[in-house]
Design a protein around this ligand. Structure first.
Ligand code: BES
Ligand code: MN
Ligand code: ZN
Length: 497
């Protein structure tokens, strides 16, 4: 999808759809006034009748825009100027893009609005429209005979004067990189478990790394994982005929003596629960259980594209959690890479077992800071709902950086407590720790479990069980994989030192 920037008057542009924004305020902004004049006052009349209000997410279409060179006009509401945020702006933008991508090969121009859009200034808008142009045009129907969502053919960002053209262009270029990364993560999550299993995921990671001289990729197979004492990860993998993998992506671009950041992702390519089998309803969406790993891969892609001057390594633990005559059992005791022994109290608490070994490896690599991402607990979804990521940490100052980055990107996130008394719940009679703490505080006991494998390093755990996968399609968001936290990880990598 080519992205252009132009200072041409909006009424003169020949495109399938012209998109303009409107806030809930008295006056039309200058570009909208010009369009209204070219359209013989139809926008004024619509507004007088109450059919054009600028309420957040409102879509008004003129499918026959006589008076403009564009075939059609769409006006999307941004809400009250004082209430506009990155998140609300993005919602409106994706809603607009989704409203014009139900047909193939659309050319679209967006009229950027440099006034009364709160904190979302012209450059931020450029980045967001480029990203949303890509994300909104991509569906999840890889297997529909007739698909219902189509990428844009072409996107033009219209500005008022040519003087800011270069800044707008580079903001749009960043938006494109972020949009592509989000779509990559979404695609990996949306692929069926038949398509996306540890080996095929690792292959995708390697292909991606091959595109960049700055990215190196190492893949560990079963044998190597055994040599490296990854007993917890291997136990989970044993129930499947699909062999496990660990992917190590290195991006070392920070120069001499620069510290290293590690992203660690849970990559359970399908979670049946194992012998603690999930009921059908709970299992239905469990292709999404590798979203943590997919998020790491998407973010590493963007970081390499953006050529950030940092050291980041991405570690992805990939297994499938199934049942078989050789699957791991309740009552088994596993030994993790760092020597900690784990009583298996529930084979459906598998993500923390995979992460235990991958986190230990990150510690052994001597990384300076760690962020892990995992669709770890249903309890976190109960606590925070489907749209909010939970954060857990042993280092509040490090967590603050992650919270700030998420705020900048408009991704909802909330810190959870890590009191020591939660450790009581995961004490085992037969091993150092057990892998569940029962019903209460389930998201926290999972995090307290992980904490035992980070060796005191500064670490933030992101439970993305809710936000990684959307159960329903909404006007502002396609259902399925969402790419949540890809942009936040890139933002953290840009500003973490
Ligand atoms: N992958 C699930 C968590 C999950 C639930 C992700 C809903 C996305 C949506 C995880 O492996 C799991 O099964 N967790 C258990 C833990 C319990 C057995 C302690 C859970 O949440 O029930
Ligand atoms: Mn599970
Ligand atoms: Zn799981």
């Amino acid at each position: 999808m080519p992205i252009h920037v132009s200072a041409q008057p909006p009424a003169t542009l020949e495109v399938d759809w012209l998109i303009a924004t409107l806030t809930e305020q008295e006056e039309f902004h200058p570009a909208l006034r010009a369009l209204d004049a070219a359209l013989d006052g139809v926008l004024t009349r619509l507004r007088e009748r109450g059919d054009l209000t600028g309420k957040a997410g409102e879509i008004v279409k003129l499918p026959d825009a006589r008076g403009l060179n564009a075939a059609r006009l769409l006006v999307v509401g941004l809400g009250k100027p004082s209430a506009i945020t990155t998140a609300s702006f993005e919602k409106s933008a994706v809603t607009a893009v989704r409203a014009v991508t139900d047909k193939a090969s659309r050319t679209v121009a967006v009229v950027l609005n440099s006034s009364s859009t709160g904190p979302v200034n012209l450059l931020r808008q450029s980045e967001l429209w480029a990203a949303c142009g890509l994300v909104g045009g991509r569906g999840q129907a890889f297997h529909k005979t007739e698909t219902d969502r189509f990428p844009l053919k072409d996107l033009t960002l219209l500005i008022e004067s040519g003087s800011v053209e270069n800044e707008v262009k580079s903001a749009a270029a960043k938006g494109r990189i972020l949009g592509d990364a989000v779509n990559l993560t979404r695609e990996l999550v949306n692929r069926t478990p038949e398509e996306m299993y540890p080996e095929s995921f690792a292959r995708r990671a390697r292909q991606l790394a091959d595109e960049f001289s700055s990215l190196t990729c190492e893949v560990w197979d079963e044998e190597r994982l055994a040599d490296e004492n990854m007993g917890a990860l291997l136990a989970v993998a044993r129930g499947s005929v699909k062999a496990p993998r660990m992917v190590i992506l290195e991006y070392l671009h920070g120069g001499p003596n620069a510290p290293t950041l590690a992203f660690v992702g849970k990559g359970v390519t399908f979670d049946s629960g194992g012998y603690s089998l999930k009921p059908t309803d709970g299992m239905l969406t469990m292709k999404c259980d590798m979203a943590g790993a997919a998020t790491v891969l998407g973010a590493m892609n963007a970081i390499a594209e953006l050529n950030l001057k940092v050291n980041v390594i991405g570690l992805m633990g990939l297994v499938e959690n199934l049942v078989s005559g050789d699957a791991y059992k309740l009552g088994d005791v596993l030994k993790a890479r760092n020597g900690v022994t784990i009583e298996v109290a529930n084979t459906d608490a598998e993500g923390r077992l995979v992460l235990a070994d991958v986190l230990s490896y990150a510690v052994d690599r001597g990384v300076d800071k760690i962020i892990d991402l995992a669709t770890l607990t249903g309890a976190c979804v109960v606590a925070l709902g489907e749209d909010v990521v939970g954060t857990f940490t042993n280092a509040p100052a490090w967590e603050k950086k992650v919270l700030d980055a998420a705020e900048t990107c408009g991704e909802p996130i909330w810190p959870m407590p890590m009191f020591d008394n939660f450790n009581e719940l995961i004490k085992s009679d037969v091993a150092d720790v057990k892998n569940t703490g029962g019903r209460w505080g389930g998201a926290v006991t999972a995090a307290k479990f992980l904490e035992k494998f980070v060796g005191g390093k500064e670490w933030v755990h992101l439970d993305i069980a809710g936000p990684a996968f959307a159960s329903a399609t909404k006007p502002h968001r396609e259902g399925g994989g969402t790419g949540a936290m890809v942009r936040t990880l890139v933002e953290v990598a840009s500003h973490w030192k």
